[in-house]
Ligand binder design. Structure first.
Ligand SMILES: C[S@@+](CC[C@H](N)C(=O)[O-])C[C@H]1O[C@@H](n2cnc3c(N)ncnc32)[C@H](O)[C@@H]1O
Length: 254
């Protein structure tokens, strides 16, 4: 591998939460192999009082506390001065909703600097004063940005070269081509009276590919019609036509 590995720098008041789940399975093995780096940074190290305070009461009143702009800016400037690579991202329910296109874009870069909010969030001025991009992992509110940071990192890491053993599996999964994924089956071939679709036992790779593409289209149309583009519809009707010929019943017919 050439150059520095993809690096996730995480600004948080709970650095001990990391790597957490990212230390296991695919991401954990890749971390151990040096395919990516994780740098959790304690925001409290950038407080200036002896209580290591990072938050204060909101101007204008209201419930909860707000993370201070000066503390966050010092942390951001410090990690960037020592070369933390990649764009600055504040995890926030107000942000652009994360999707696979954004994940691909982030994974293709040198890394990411993630700011995890707590309490009511962060002082707006630091989001203006530093080039933060805001990303949300969905339309719900978490109690802190750490789990959201883990989601972003996990989604990026599995796209890094060498992390997933068979890179072909990344090409066929949900969102890779704008569609949700087709259904999977494994042994036994019959379970509780339910049989595996016959075509998957046929050994006809081209027809299996076409059948899977057709299923991907049906599932996407039923569950996420918003994902369907005209191009995907056209590609899928071509696939349906290729899947249409009847399956040979005997090896001689094949
Ligand atoms: C309790 S939340 C603050 C919510 C904020 N007051 C609001 O209403 O938008 C605390 C922190 O959790 C993180 N967070 C919560 N929900 C999130 C989401 N859907 N996506 C990404 N980060 C989230 C953010 O970092 C946020 O600053």
């Amino acid at each position: 591998m050439s150059g520095a590995p993809w690096t996730a720098t995480v600004l948080t008041i709970f650095p001990e939460m990391f790597p957490g789940p990212l230390g296991h399975s695919l991401a954990g093995k890749a971390l151990a192999r040096g395919l990516w780096r994780l740098d959790p940074v304690d925001l409290r190290d950038f407080a200036t009082d002896r209580h290591r305070t990072v938050d204060d009461a909101p101007f204008g009143g209201g419930a909860g506390m707000v993370m201070r702009a000066d503390v966050i800016a010092r942390a951001v400037d410090s990690v960037q001065a020592r070369g933390a690579p990649g764009p600055l991202v504040y995890l926030s329910p107000r942000g652009t909703r994360l999707d696979q296109r954004i994940v691909r874009e982030l994974a293709a870069g040198p890394g990411i600097v993630l700011l995890c909010g707590r309490f009511e969030g962060v002082d707006e001025r630091v989001l203006e004063a530093r080039p933060f991009r805001e990303l949300s992992i969905g339309d719900f509110v978490l109690s802190g940005g750490e789990l959201a940071a883990m989601v972003v990192i996990d989604a990026c890491v599995r796209l890094l070269p060498g992390v997933v053993g068979d890179a072909a599996s990344l090409e066929e999964e949900s969102f890779a081509d704008g569609l949700l994924e087709y259904p999977h089956y494994t042994r036994p071939a019959e379970w509780e009276g339910r049989k595996v679709p016959e075509i998957l036992l046929s050994g006809h790779h081209e027809r299996i590919r076409a059948w899977r593409r057709q299923k991907a289209l049906e599932i996407t149309r039923a569950r996420r019609p918003d994902l369907l583009t005209e191009a995907a519809e056209l590609a899928c009707s071509a696939a349906r036509d290729r899947a249409a010929p009847p399956l040979p019943r005997t090896a001689e017919e094949a």
